[in-house]
Design a protein around this ligand. Structure first.
Ligand code: A3P
Length: 291
């Protein structure tokens, strides 16, 4: 959209992300207790950040730095690896963060340090149906840039992969192929919406932690997070996005209000082509979705 993105190892990012990737590979030493929340933009990152903080805050088994925090801004609780910690002008000091450290990243798995695999660190990847992911991204564009481009143009870019961290399909595939190995947990937005308790329990189990599942689900509901954000009246995220823009509609299936059947068919065709033979297909998003 802004024409400033470059392609690096098959993915489109702004140049500062590529510089940060190099810094991360050179200087970030994953610790066994580290928790990395990975995602493609607009797939539920903020929700996963809030859930993970809340799981830790209500944990009876893991002593953590989230229990003294009364500021429930997920973006402050969980710093962004490639900008806030390893960007050109880091706003947070990684050495000051106490264990377990929780970071989030939009980088593909192949961009992260190879030592991650053997470090014992845990990676949680959240993903979401590409149609709803695109619609969420489209609203963000509209909000930030006005109606400079049409939905059809934005959709064509999404399909071609010309979006931050794109192509979406390649990003998801990398984490899908690593799921259940090397400590990568694969979670969908639709599963979390459909069966929140079950999936929060799954995340807590993966982190090796006993927590108050119902409380976590309630604390991190769309309404609660959005209201808390409004009450704080907080300003702007490092990307220039206003915090309240991370809470738009929070539902499954909003694509039906914006995309044509032809557009959906195009996404299905790309998924068939790109995910062929991997066992990954769009049906993973239907499991327990509450439409
Ligand atoms: P919509 O634009 O479809 O509403 P990210 O955090 O990766 O940028 O993703 C943002 C999307 O997650 C937005 O989707 C936002 O509304 C949704 N979201 C944020 N918090 C949520 C929550 N607690 N429950 C459900 N969806 C949430």
């Amino acid at each position: 959209v802004d024409g400033q993105r470059i392609r690096h190892k098959g993915f489109w990012f702004k140049p500062e992300f590529i510089t940060a990737t190099e810094a991360i590979r050179a200087h970030y030493t994953p610790l066994p207790s580290d928790i990395i929340l990975a995602s493609f933009p607009k797939t539920g990152t903020t929700w996963l950040k809030a859930l993970t903080s809340s799981i830790l805050r209500h944990s009876s088994t893991i002593h953590n730095n989230h229990d003294h925090m009364d500021n429930l801004n997920p973006h402050e609780l969980v710093p962004f690896l490639e900008i806030e910690l390893f960007g050109e002008t880091p706003s947070k000091d990684i050495t000051k963060i106490t264990s377990p450290r929780v970071f989030n990243t939009h980088l593909p798995l192949s961009f992260l340090p190879d030592t991650l695999k053997t470090s014992g660190s845990k990676v949680i990847y959240i993903t979401r149906h590409p149609a709803d992911t695109f619609v969420s991204l489209w609203h963000l564009y509209n909000n930030k840039f006005g109606t400079e481009i049409s939905i059809q143009e934005a959709f064509d870019d999404f399909c071609k992969g010309l979006v931050p961290a794109g192509p979406y399909f390649d990003h998801v595939l990398e984490f899908w192929e690593a799921r259940d190995q090397d400590r990568v947990l694969f979670v969908t937005y639709e599963d979390l919406k459909g069966k929140p308790e079950e999936n929060v329990k799954r995340i807590a189990d993966f982190l090796g932690c006993e927590t108050m599942v119902e409380k976590v689900v309630e604390e991190c509901s769309f309404e609660n997070l959005r209201n808390a954000s409004k009450e704080r009246g907080e300003g702007v995220h490092w990307s220039g996005t206003k915090y309240d823009m991370f809470f738009r509609k929070g539902v499954v299936g909003d694509w039906k209000n914006h995309l044509t059947q032809e557009m959906m068919k195009e996404l299905e065709d790309i998924a068939d082509m790109k995910w062929s033979g991997s066992g990954l297909d769009l049906n993973i998003f239907n499991n327990s979705a509450s439409q």
